[in-house]
Each structure stands twice: as structure tokens, then as C-alpha cells.
Design a protein around this ligand. Structure first.
Ligand code: HEC
Length: 188
């Protein structure tokens, strides 16, 4: 038994020595070489591994970007606009800084149509570049709407589609700030 152990040890030692290689460029035998050196595919290159042949994969279904809130209310749906009005609350408390930023955003995104005072006489309308009469934001029609409904109109556009949605251009928090500012336009 002892003999056997000695011989095995000697064999093992020999095998160890034999497998060493003076040639530094040769890694010798590798266990699963395609695991040690996995083939890397470039993002936009064709890929034989997936059925659709694409290397860049779609995010798993149902995943959303960090900080992104899904918006469940549909465009041009009266019911969805009403629901948004009932269910969405303005999360931003109003103060001077918020109103100042709301005004700034309003002047960038709304004033050209709705006018500086919210009377619907913005430059795009008065110059006839835009022919649909923008809604009077200072009047009771808009002022009587809950914040969530105005948020819906900013995000998805008006029911008729004459005003387009601004959801891809204005950050959610800035939409709420604009709404605070629009309240200050109410005809006194
Ligand atoms: C390109 C011109 C244009 C821009 C820019 C625009 N609007 Fe409008 N908006 C309109 C028109 C036109 C209407 C009337 C649409 C209708 O009757 O369907 C309207 C309607 C509205 C209404 C009433 C919707 C309703 O319930 O019937 C609100 C509120 C409103 N706009 C807010 C805004 C705000 C806030 C901004 C800036 C974020 C803005 N709009 C930017 C043209 C514009």
C-alpha cells in the first residue's frame, strides 16, 4: 500500500513537471478553452447564438428605466383624461422658486401658442403660423380642471389632437411646475 502511494506521488510529480512548458506563449492544455476565452460579439454584430440573430438584447418584458414612472392614461381618451384628473395629484409644493421655474418652462413650451398671459394669443397663433385657436388658459374652462387633467393634456396632448403631447420634451416635475404657474394666470 505504501509502495503504491509512493509510485502515485512520483507519477503525479512527473505529470506536473511534464505539463510545465518553457514556451511562455503557449498556455499548454486548457480545460474548456472556449470558457477561458469566450467569443465576444460586438453590440451591433450578427449573433449566431440567438434565434433572431441580434447581439444586443431587448430589456426583459416589464422592466422600466430607473426614475421612470409608467403613464397608464391613453391619449385622446376623454375617460382617461378625467381619470388622470381624479387620480393624479400635484406632488410638488408650490413656492416662489417653483413658480419661477414653472414660468420659465411655460415660456419655453407653452407661450408661443397660449400667449404670455394665457389668453390664447401666442405668437404662433397671431402670426397665423398655427391656425387652431389655443385654449384660453386663464379662463374658467381650464382653471376649473383638476391639476391631473392639465398634466394629462401636457403629457398626451388635447382630446382633438390639435395640441400635441409634450411628454417627451418636458420632465414630469416641470409639468407640475408649469401647472402651478398656469394657476397664477387665472383671470383676476
Ligand atoms: C402648438 C401650439 C400649442 C402649444 C405649444 C401648447 N398648446 Fe395647449 N393647446 C393648444 C390648442 C390649439 C389647444 C386647443 C386644443 C383643442 O381644443 O383640442 C390647446 C389646449 C390646451 C388645454 C386645454 C385642453 C382641454 O382640456 O381641452 C390646456 C390645459 C393646454 N392647452 C395647456 C398647455 C400647456 C400647459 C402647454 C405647455 C406645456 C401647452 N398647452 C402648449 C395649442 C398648444
Amino acid at each position: 500500500m505504501k509502495q503504491f502511494f509512493k509510485i502515485s506521488l512520483a507519477l503525479l510529480l512527473m505529470a506536473g513537471l511534464v505539463s510545465c512548458n518553457k514556451d511562455k506563449n503557449n498556455p499548454g492544455y486548457e480545460y474548456f478553452p472556449d470558457m477561458a476565452h469566450s467569443p465576444a460579439y460586438r453590440t451591433y454584430s450578427a449573433n449566431p447564438v440567438f434565434a433572431d440573430g441580434l447581439t444586443m438584447r431587448k430589456p426583459a418584458e416589464g422592466t422600466i428605466p430607473r426614475g421612470y414612472m409608467p403613464y397608464p392614461y391613453k391619449a385622446k381618451s376623454f375617460q382617461d383624461q378625467v381619470d388622470a384628473g381624479l387620480q393624479l395629484k400635484n406632488p410638488i409644493p408650490v413656492d416662489d422658486a417653483v413658480l419661477a421655474e414653472g414660468k420659465r418652462q411655460y415660456e419655453i413650451f407653452c407661450m408661443d401658442c397660449h400667449g404670455e398671459k394665457g389668453d390664447g394669443n401666442g405668437y404662433l397663433y397671431t402670426s397665423k403660423l398655427f391656425t387652431a385657436k389655443p385654449q384660453v388658459l386663464s379662463g374658467s374652462f381650464v382653471q376649473n380642471k383638476p391639476d391631473g387633467e392639465i398634466y394629462h393634456v401636457i403629457t398626451m396632448g388635447s382630446l382633438s389632437g390639435l395640441m400635441g403631447g409634450h411628454g417627451s420634451q418636458i420632465l414630469p416635475e416641470n409639468r407640475w411646475k408649469i401647472i402651478h404657474y398656469v394657476r397664477t394666470l387665472a383671470a383676476k
